[in-house]
Structure formats: structure tokens, C-alpha cells
Design a protein around this ligand. Structure first.
Ligand code: B12
Length: 153
């Protein structure tokens, strides 16, 4: 009997609290839709665009794997760096080559059109909803490798 009278007010209070929470404080755990754009900076070709998603706070590599499993037009390979994790080696059969100083650069276009160059790779980057992840096949410049031991780029 005692238990019953304690429970009802506690539940009511919890329900009331939920109702009173401002929308800004309720979290959205939905998957985030993103696009993956594959671009070769040496060719005039139209970039390829794919739609996929990341799970809540999921990493880009997860979305790439999901896309590769569901769409035969998107393939990639990566190697495992002992310090920095997954390094994107090839996309759709085209691989970066040290001798030619080519690599797949990771860029991100935000919904407002601004382009950023993440300072982490595909295994650490956590995309936000509606970002366009751009894999840009390009060549690195001397300034990117000269300050090897000290600088960031
Ligand atoms: C040179 C360099 C590059 C060159 C490497 C070319 C080459 N073959 O020499 C190029 C331009 C290709 C490059 C690319 C990228 N890089 Co870089 N790179 C460096 C730099 C300046 C020096 C690395 C080096 O030569 N070390 C000395 C050698 C002897 O050691 P090493 O272990 O053999 O070095 C290898 C690894 O560092 C690897 N590598 C280089 N960059 C990256 C990035 C990732 C994510 C991985 C897994 C491996 C990796 O390539 C090196 C040569 O084989 C470092 C910063 C620094 N000062 O250390 C950043 C650094 C390692 N790069 C970084 C990043 C973020 C990237 C990119 C993701 C940038 C982008 N947005 O596109 C891409 C990788 C994209 C991909 N395909 O996965 C970050 C990594 C941070 C992190 N925790 O993930 C660093 C620390 C710079 C930073 N922003 O702080 N990079």
C-alpha cells in the first residue's frame, strides 16, 4: 500500500519534467544523412555523388563501408597507419602513389557551402548531417612534406 502511493507521484513528476524540457535539450539520435563525392582534380569529369548516412556520432569509415556494401559503383581500400589509423589508399580503383606525389585528400563541404579540410582521417572524422564528404584525388605540394618533423598542414 505504501509502495503504491510513492510510485504515482514519482512517475508523474518524471513525465512532467520530460514535457517541460525545451526542444533544444532533447537529443537527436537519428542517423545523419551525408553525401560522398568522388572527384579527380586532374580530370574535367563530373564528380560522382553518392548518398549514405552515418549512425549517431558514427565515423566516416563506417558510412563508407555501408556504401561500398550497398553500391557496386563505390569501392575503396585503406591501409592501417600505426599512429594515425586508416589511410585512404584508393577509390574506385585509383590509388595515390608516393612517386607521383598523389593522394586522396579528404575535404568536407558544409551545408552552407564552406569547404573545410579535416585535420584527421577517415577513421576519426565524425560527419554531421547534410555534409558533403569530398574525396579529392590530387597531388601534394612540397610545403606539405618539407616541415615533416615539426609542422602541421
Ligand atoms: C607529409 C604528410 C602528409 C602527406 C604524406 C605524403 C608522404 N607519403 O610523405 C600527405 C599530403 C599525403 C598527407 C595526407 C593527409 N594527411 Co598528413 N601529414 C603529413 C605530415 C606533415 C608529415 C608526415 C611525415 O612525413 N612524417 C615523417 C615520416 C618519417 O613518418 P611516417 O610515420 O612514415 O609518416 C607517414 C604517416 O604520417 C602518413 N600519413 C600522413 N598523413 C596521414 C594522415 C592519416 C589520417 C594517416 C592515417 C596517415 C598519414 O604518411 C607518412 C608517409 O608515409 C604530418 C604532420 C607531421 N608534422 O607529422 C601530417 C599528418 C600526419 N596528416 C594529417 C592529416 C589529417 C592528413 C589528411 C587526412 C588531410 C586531409 N584532410 O586530406 C590526409 C590523408 C588522407 C587519406 N588519404 O587518408 C594529420 C593526422 C592527424 C590525425 N590524428 O589523423 C597530421 C598529423 C597533420 C595534422 N593535421 O595535424 N599527409
Amino acid at each position: 500500500m505504501m509502495k503504491r502511493t510513492m510510485r504515482v507521484p514519482a512517475l508523474t513528476t518524471a513525465a512532467l519534467l520530460l514535457l517541460l524540457l525545451p526542444a533544444s535539450q532533447t537529443q537527436n539520435f537519428d542517423p545523419a544523412p551525408i553525401q560522398i563525392v568522388v572527384r579527380n582534380s586532374f580530370l574535367e569529369e563530373e564528380p560522382l555523388t553518392f548518398s549514405t548516412h552515418v549512425v549517431y556520432r558514427g565515423i566516416l569509415l563506417g558510412a563508407m563501408r555501408r556504401l561500398m556494401d550497398s553500391d557496386t559503383n563505390f569501392k575503396f581500400t585503406y591501409s592501417e597507419d600505426p599512429n594515425y589509423g586508416p589511410y585512404l589508399e584508393s577509390v574506385n580503383g585509383l590509388a595515390g602513389k608516393d612517386e607521383a606525389q598523389t593522394y586522396w585528400e579528404l575535404l568536407v563541404m558544409k551545408p552552407d557551402g564552406t569547404i573545410a579540410r579535416p585535420d584527421v582521417g577517415i577513421g576519426c572524422y565524425i560527419p554531421s548531417a547534410n555534409e558533403k564528404i569530398v574525396f579529392n584525388f590530387t597531388r601534394w605540394t612540397k610545403s606539405e612534406t618539407m616541415p615533416r618533423r615539426t609542422a602541421k598542414h
